[in-house]
Design a protein around this ligand. Structure first.
Ligand code: ADP
Length: 810
């Protein structure tokens, strides 16, 4: 039907409206005098304003509007609103005859109003302007309805004139109220039009207030829900925690039926963190998918905006999934929220509701805020993760450093002990066990193979000294753990990083002793390494740890293998050392016996020389004397050498005995010089003795003479024919000092420190004969007397040998 748009009330209207014969009051039971009367109109409008303003629920407001309009302004009335999804809903109706109110609803049920049809309610809703139908005739009816079934309903309701007024607020069309008259004299006159429009305006105002109120309450509710989720998210430390919160609290806050949250990995694939309401198969299908292959998510990522789908049909074209699969999840609405950060997209949250619905701006803002909080929580979790990981790495590095240092210290300490105490391997091994049990392990056992081929515990230590004894006590006869025996037999290390009850049982089942040993050690980790050398296993070393000591690691295996190598070397060295000691003792015994045996024929030879000398007549003396004298000197030299050898063997065997008597050092020197007159003469050296006073002391005179003869012989031998001076004097503190000075070849600085050692010489054998034993024996004698001997010398200038002797020594 042609609909005539009208202007606002103050404009002149081409409406021949007459006052309603019986205008009804806002309270129909009382009635009003006349709507045409200005006062009545004002009263009606004021009462209407009050009633409309009394509710903050917009449906109630619109119900009241309908009730107010009928029958005062119309015979029947319908109120339609534009819903969020753009459809039109009839929310209120009234009819002068109440039983016909249902027919007004029936009209809309048969064919809901839309926003595109020409004229009528559609036009008012679309344009926001009133639509007036001054006269409606029977002939016009078919054109007015869009559904044949509506024709009958309209006839029963009655329609002769109509007026559709938009409900407007803040420039927005909220809905429309339709006022319809069914009797003959029907047209709305100007005052009625004005009242109707004012009524619509007040209704709009009240409805807008109610909507604002509802919006405020919704906003409040969203903000409360957001706070709950934010609080829960703030406690999330990992991405999985975040997902758990979203699945539980996020789902509840959003009112959705399903939720899924997925992370976006660097390679553009999804990793599902959590979901509820979706089947496992669906989620597994999603996991690992490329975002680029899912248009909805790709668009959300590209536009950095959430994607909203009020109903399934909107989603299907762009879902990117098999349509039937998506459809199987139901009709409802969906929202795909990108998890945004400044740097990019962390992932997505998908929400789904069971039924189609619109997403009002407030709800969109709320869900976007929810996603924002979720992204922040994920970012925080990633940061925590990085920090935690770094902290752990640092801790690990420190720990590794500490452990490495501990191992190094242990190895150094053990090696030092092994190298220093060649002669006491048992002490060394006990020491090594003690150091091990106080640094890298809680307990340490060293077992060596005995002559009978079985293992014997030679050292044991436990971190708790009280348990040390108990370890040893249970090691009594049979000793080793079966693990140690296995290692011994195979020659391979045995490492058990985590000793569990089953292993303990297996180890202990062999004997009660094993059980007692395990009870004493209580190991959490065990390591047995073989001590091997040249293909032979000499024994095993067992390390055990118990909390709080850290368990043993692979680095400990390498460390212990290294230690075992060093122990093997030490054991071999000790064995060689023992053999060498025995050999030296054998040699010294031989020297002692040999030189002793040599002395008897030498003494006899000397005696024979004396007898020959005395028996020589003057003639034969002249011929023989020089030869005899040479023979006697050679015999004396031989005797001295034999004496030296005998003394060396005595010193080595600790048999250098002294027999102190009262001796005057000055006299002893003079006697020795006198006896050696010929030696000095042959050497071409003059000797001066400078000892002004008697120097009495208790010394072994023969040994003292031996020292003097050695020093004087050297002075003659190395004195280069230059003068030799012997001095002696009191040096204080009961010590006398004797010096033999020559101006001979001297000794180089590098040779000085070793001169007093056995067989040490600083001259070539070709030029000077000798065994290098004179100074060695002299030093042994002087030290046995409680004194000391030292030398000062410069090459080519001469030497001074000085002896300090306590008078009461010997
Ligand atoms: P020997 O004289 O038999 O070699 P000694 O033990 O008496 O053995 O002396 C050791 C070495 O000390 C000698 O070989 C010589 O090199 C050096 N020596 C000892 N006395 C002197 C000295 N007065 N002047 C220079 N060198 C000396």
């Amino acid at each position: 039907m042609p609909a005539e748009p009208i202007s606002p009330p103050e404009a002149s209207l081409d409406v021949a409206g007459k006052p309603r014969p019986t205008p009804a009051p806002p309270e129909p039971e009382h009635g009003v005098e006349a709507a045409s009367s200005e006062a009545a109109r004002l009263a009606f409008l004021s009462r209407a304003g009050e009633l409309l303003g009394a509710s903050l629920e917009w449906r109630t407001v619109l119900h009241r509007l309908a009730e107010l309009a009928v029958p005062v302004l119309a015979d029947w009335c319908a109120v339609d609103v534009i819903t969020e999804d753009g459809s039109v809903e009839r929310v209120a109706a009234a009819h002068r005859e109440p039983e016909k109110t249902a027919l007004v609803h029936e009209l809309s049920r048969l064919r809901p109003v839309d926003l595109v049809s020409p004229g009528g309610i559609s036009e008012a809703l679309r344009t926001g302007r009133p639509v007036v139908m001054p006269v409606v005739t029977e002939e016009m009816l078919p054109a007015m309805v869009r559904e044949p079934a509506q024709l009958d309903v309209v006839r029963r309701l009655g329609i002769r004139a109509g007026l559709v007024l938009p409900l407007l607020a803040r420039g927005r069309v909220l809905g429309a109220v339709s006022l319809v008259r069914g009797d003959e004299q029907v047209s709305f006159d100007a005052p009625e039009l004005e009242v109707a429009m004012e009524l619509a305006r007040r209704a709009s105002l009240s409805m807008d207030n109610a909507l604002l109120y509802e919006e405020a309450r919704t906003a409040q509710s969203f903000s409360a829900r957001l706070q709950t989720v934010t609080a829960a998210l703030s406690r999330a430390a990992t991405a999985e925690d975040v997902a758990r919160v979203m699945v539980r609290d996020g789902l509840e806050a959003s009112g959705a039926a399903r939720v899924a949250i997925a992370e976006l990995s660097a390679d553009g694939c999804l990793r599902v963190l959590g979901s509820v309401g979706y089947s496992q198969a669906w989620m597994e299908g999603l996991d690992g998918q490329r975002v680029a292959g899912l248009p909805v998510l790709a668009r959300a990522a590209e536009q950095r905006e959430s994607q909203w789908f009020s109903r399934l049909e909107e989603l299907l074209p762009s879902a990117g999934f098999v349509e039937s699969d998506v459809a199987a999840l139901g009709e409802g609405s969906r929202a795909f929220l990108p998890l945004l950060t400044e740097r990019g997209i962390l992932g997505f949250v998908a929400l789904a509701w069971g039924e189609p619905r619109m997403f009002p701006p407030l709800e969109r803002a709320f869900l976007d805020a929810l996603a924002h909080q979720c992204s922040q929580a994920l970012e925080r979790a990633a940061l925590y993760g990085t920090l935690r990981e770094r902290g752990e790495r640092l801790h690990h590095a420190l720990q590794m450093g500490k452990e490495a240092e501990e191992r190094l210290f242990f190895l150094l300490e053990a090696s030092r002990a092994l190298a220093e105490h060649l002669d006491d391997v048992e002490w060394t091994l006990e020491h090594v066990a003690r150091v091990a049990a106080s640094s890298v392990a809680s307990s340490c056992l060293v077992e060596l193979v005995g002559p009978d081929g079985t293992l014997r515990c030679v050292a044991s230590a436990h971190q708790e000294p009280s348990r040390d004894a108990s370890v040893l006590s249970v090691l009594g006869g049979e000793g080793a753990l079966s693990l140690s025996r296995e290692c011994f037999q195979s020659g391979e290390p045995r490492f058990v990083p985590d000793v569990d009850a089953a292993l303990c049982e297996r180890l202990a089942e062999r004997s009660e002793q094993q059980r007692a040993l395990l009870e004493a050690l209580r190991p959490a980790s065990l390591l047995v390494v073989p001590v091997r050398t040249r293909g032979r296993t000499l024994g095993v070393i067992t390390l055990g740890t118990s909390p709080p000591q850290r368990p043993l690691a692979m680095s400990d295996v390498s460390m212990m293998e290294e230690l075992a190598r060093r122990v093997a070397v030490a054991l071999e060295n000790a064995s060689l050392y023992r053999d060498a000691q025995a050999a030296v003792r054998l040699r010294d015994e031989f020297l002692s016996v040999a030189s002793h045996e040599l002395k008897t024929p030498l003494t006899s030879l000397k005696l024979q020389h004396g007898l020959i000398d005395r028996a020589l007549g003057p003639d034969s003396r002249e011929k023989v004397a020089p030869r005899l004298s040479t023979a006697m000197r050679q015999v004396q030299r031989l005797a001295t050498l034999v004496d030296h050898l005998l003394d060396v063997s005595r010193v080595s065997l600790g048999r250098l005995a002294l027999e102190p008597t009262e001796v005057d050092l000055g006299q002893a020197v003079r006697d020795a010089v006198e006896r050696m007159e010929e030696v000095f003469a042959v050497a071409g050296c003059s000797v001066r003795v400078d000892i002004p006073e008697p120097l009495q002391g208790r010394w072994d005179s023969l040994r003292l003479d031996q020292v003097l003869v050695n020093l004087l012989t050297n002075a003659a031998k190395y004195g280069a024919g230059r003068p030799v001076q012997v001095t002696a004097a009191e040096a204080g503190d009961g010590v006398v000092r004797l010096s033999v000075r020559d101006e001979g070849i001297g000794i180089s600085e590098t040779d000085l420190p070793r001169l007093f050692g056995r067989f040490e010489r600083a001259v070539s054998d070709r030029h000077y004969g000798g065994l290098g034993l004179g100074l060695y024996i002299s030093r042994q004698i002087v030290e046995a007397m409680g004194g000391r001997i030292e030398v000062e010398s410069r090459e080519g200038v001469g030497s001074v040998f000085t002896v300090h002797l306590p008078r009461a020594a010997g």
